[in-house]
Design a protein around this ligand. Sequence first.
Ligand code: M7G
Length: 201
Amino acid sequence: VKHPLAHTWTLWFTKPPSGKQDWNELLKEVISFNSVEEFWGIYNNITPASDLAQKSDYHLFKQGVRPEWEDPQNKHGGRWAYTFKERKANDDIWLHVLLAAIGEQLEDDSDNEVMGVVVNIRKAFYRIGLWTRSAGKAAPANAKAGNGPQRSAEESKAILLKIGERFKTVLALKASEPVEFMGHSDSANAGSSRAKAKFSV
Ligand code: M7G
């Protein structure tokens, strides 16, 4: 018997560059799954985050959404993120984030905000992020159906803050360790993911 998940999820991998390659060439789709059993089969057979080389990323996204700012379902969105100042990723923390995503614990059904979760392995730190469909603005008037529910900026921000709080709980952070939210358009304009945060929890 397979225990179905609420959504089908796709695992993606960004491999470290070997020379001069674009971001797009390094991003590879790995596999999709829609049951608890398939999740464990995959998780138990991939390299743990703690063993990945610098400049690698794992991305777990809802099927049909590429883990890129440019994806139509991400382009109005943003992400919550926390940077752990440790050399090796903590596999338990990342596993808890994966389970919270596939178990739909990061949002309420009607929020329709969570696009996926990411771990970035970097030189002297690792970062775990949660990507959302919106970024605390009113949905654009011409938003297509795929861009989610129409909400005011206030409603949108309240939902994002709730999701941020849940994410922070899953990350097991202290009150004094802020998780920060940034819109993807700000990240893209800054040319790096270190632009100024919009809000924090
Ligand atoms: P990062 O991996 O989010 O963080 O972005 P880091 O600065 O800690 O390594 C690193 C770089 O990868 C960015 O400056 C972009 O050049 C590229 N990059 C990252 N993302 C998530 C995207 C994306 O979604 N689209 C494009 N075009 N480039 C990206």
